[in-house]
Design a protein around this ligand. Structure first.
Ligand SMILES: Cc1cc2nc3c(=O)[nH]c(=O)nc-3n(C[C@H](O)[C@H](O)[C@H](O)COP(=O)(O)OP(=O)(O)OC[C@H]3O[C@@H](n4cnc5c(N)ncnc54)[C@H](O)[C@@H]3O)c2cc1C
Length: 515
């Protein structure tokens, strides 16, 4: 129904988005593309700029861009230069040298020719459990499409994408979609009967709107500062609160098709693969080591990072409610967890979809019960991520530093405790799925099983594979390995999609870019 004809008086006709980082721009574009009659204005301070860190993503992200929003993939690839991510490689994490968490199921499958689910067979050997994992093991990104020999981009993947370049592309897309921009510093907010009546600009102007999206990053100008919504700290589950961020220009290093997460003395280090940049960072706990000690360890283990490095401070947690009165917070303004599973943009996309669906449900005039439901759903989404990340820490037995002992002894794993209890008694059985708590299932059973089996968390009722089953697994592994050997690496796949003969399947909406 067009907004003008909606039957309620207090309907939302205009939305002001505070912030033009990836969260604010994704929100503005999502609203404008899905509700074209809505007036959408982005206000941002070029002086404050964007966070400029990251980013790795999950598969929901390309799905959101190309299918939900209909952005033209050819134009997007040309302008934003993403590379592909098939999953995460956990290095020196727990007792194994490494194991891969691919976006396609490895553990949570049961083949008909063996007695139990896959996870029961991976105690010794966690290699080549499926094609994506076999590709990751060989630093290959895609198998070759039987027709034409190009990369098969249908395989489940996320992106590695540079934050500033991504934000620049999103701004172009937003303007083409009809979003207005105002460059100004917001210095305060004027309260009104609906919550916020207007934002006040440092140059004396005042901007009104029916609804406000707070995407102001860690400053959380509207939800946190103006409305003073309480913050729920995740510090009983996640002890890290800082990151040393650095990287180096790529020379001869291959572009890897995964994010690496590697155990460090007081946290872990990421490696994200951009085409021309190897992006590294060390997430650590300031309660365990100082900035200088973290920087020194990071530099010792990564001789190529520059001498001067940036330290980013953060607190893990979320605001109690993300939608209060006529303000909704997205991105770092609403909540944050460290990028151990690279979930931030996934949450932004999920939150935008739920918000747009909520507006449709209430025909642009939200009721208190709808806002309550939204807050329950989004709070659950964050808490589920917290619980999933907590098991990464609790069961990593690699190092005996004070930080890791503290993690094993004191990490509160929240609602994941029932999953772990069931696993300890029964092993990696598919039945555990019924214990996954929320509506979102952001990681599904597969994520939990990869971390538990990957870390060799002990369980009773083991299944001893028969000689026949061992043979079946050997053959299966050999088959995936052989397919992966013939795959192509990221460099080759980039060359293919840049070839003039490459054909993109267009997105659904022609509106968002002229290319
Ligand atoms: C160390 C680290 C690593 C990360 N890695 C990943 C990753 O791998 N994957 C991932 O998905 N995410 C990652 N993130 C999260 C990432 O920061 C967010 O996904 C994403 O960039 C969203 O940022 P944002 O838009 O919320 O905030 P920002 O980029 O900070 O944008 C805030 C915007 O608000 C504006 N603003 C703020 N206050 C005002 C004001 N008063 N007046 C006017 N304008 C204002 C700013 O100018 C800016 O435009 C990481 C974060 C950190 C800290």
């Amino acid at each position: 129904m067009p907004i003008e004809n909606a039957p309620f008086f207090t309907m939302i006709k205009s939305i002001l988005v505070l912030g033009a980082g990836s969260a604010g721009l994704l929100a503005a574009i999502s609203i404008k593309v899905k509700i074209p009659g809505m007036q959408v204005r982005v206000v941002r301070s070029p002086d404050l700029g964007v966070i400029g860190v990251g980013e790795g993503t999950t598969p929901l992200f390309p799905d959101h861009l190309f299918h939900y929003l209909g952005i033209n993939p050819g134009a997007f690839y040309a302008q934003a230069s993403p590379t592909w991510k098939l999953g995460i490689r956990f290095k020196q994490w727990g007792p194994r040298e490494s194991f891969n968490y691919s976006f396609a199921s490895q553990c949570d499958i049961k083949y008909s020719d063996v007695a139990r689910e896959n996870g029961y067979y991976f105690d010794d050997d966690f290699r080549d459990a499926n094609l994506p994992a076999a590709l990751m093991a060989r630093d290959k990104a895609f198998h070759r499409n039987p027709v034409g020999g190009g990369p098969d981009l249908k395989m489940s993947h996320g992106f590695h994408i540079e934050n500033r370049q991504f934000v620049a592309v999103l701004e172009v897309v937003a303007r083409e979609a009809g979003v207005d921009f105002t460059d100004a510093l917001v210095s305060g907010a004027e309260r009104g009967p609906q919550g916020i009546a207007a934002v006040l600009l440092a140059d004396g102007r005042r901007l009104e709107a029916d609804f406000f999206i707070d995407a102001s990053g860690f400053r959380s100008e509207l939800l946190g500062r103006a409305l003073e919504e309480p913050f729920i700290n995740y510090d009983r589950a996640l002890f890290c609160d800082r990151a040393v961020v650095g990287g180096w220009a790529r020379t001869t290093e291959p572009i890897l098709p995964y994010t690496a997460a590697e155990t460090m003395d007081a946290g872990w280090a990421w490696q994200i693969e951009h085409e021309h940049l190897v992006n590294r960072g060390y997430v650590f706990s300031s309660g365990s080591i100082s900035d200088d000690e973290a920087t020194a360890e990071f530099q010792r283990k990564n001789p190529k990072v520059p001498a001067s490095l940036r330290v980013v401070k953060f607190r893990s947690g979320r605001y109690r409610r993300l939608w209060v009165d006529n303000v909704l917070a997205v991105g770092n303004a609403g909540g944050f967890v460290e990028p151990l599973e690279a979930t931030a943009l996934m949450v932004v996309c999920g939150q935008c979809r739920d918000f747009i669906e909520s507006l449709r449900q209430c025909e642009w005039s939200p009721s208190p019960s709808l806002i309550r439901l939204y807050n329950e759903m989004e709070g659950e989404r964050w808490d589920e991520i917290r619980d999933f990340l907590s098991i990464h820490y609790k069961f990593n037995t690699r190092l005996d530093t004070p930080f890791w002992k503290h993690c094993r002894e004191d990490t509160d794993i929240g609602n994941a405790d029932r999953i772990v209890e069931f696993y300890r008694e029964n092993g990696p059985a598919g039945f555990i799925r019924y214990l996954i708590p929320s509506r979102h299932k952001s990681f599904d059973l597969e994520g939990y099983l990869v971390m538990l089996v990957g870390n060799r968390v002990p369980y009773e009722r083991r299944h001893e594979p028969t000689p026949e089953e061992r043979q079946i697994w050997e053959k299966r592994r050999a088959m995936f390995a052989a397919q992966a050997e013939k795959g192509m690496d990221v460099g080759e796949a980039l060359a293919c999609i840049r070839h003039p003969n490459w054909k993109w399947h267009a997105g659904r909406s022609p509106a968002v870019t002229g290319h």
